[in-house]
Design a protein around this ligand. Sequence first.
Ligand SMILES: [Zn+2]
Length: 141
Amino acid sequence: MTGPAGKFLPVPSPETAFWWENCRARRLLIQRCKDCGSHQFYPRAICSSCLGGDLEWVEAAGTGTVSSYTICRVPVAEAYAADTPYVVALVRLEEGPTMMSNIVECDPESVTTGMPVEVVFETRSEEITLPQFRPRQAAAE
Ligand SMILES: [Zn+2]
């Protein structure tokens, strides 16, 4: 499935529909296990730590650090050509789970492992809004 700009669009499943719905509202949710307290991402029916089935949704802080990344210089499809070079990264959220995402709003060459990042949301279609990450801004005080 592709969006208006020809970019790939995820297809929500029964396990992920609620998560995507919250992305549209610009809220980054993760699951928390009521039995062992572990957080997890991506959405699943059971806890990946204790296999318990009593999970709840909690809003993530939206901050984390880059644990690994690559700079894509060859676009995966023509629709991404204008975006190259772009960064695909594993972001370790404050709560522990890791998300694959893009690092945006910065020079790709400036990205490093351990870099503090924060979530921003990019609307791709009426249904899909993608969480992306940018270098963490200093808190306005
Ligand atoms: Zn658990």
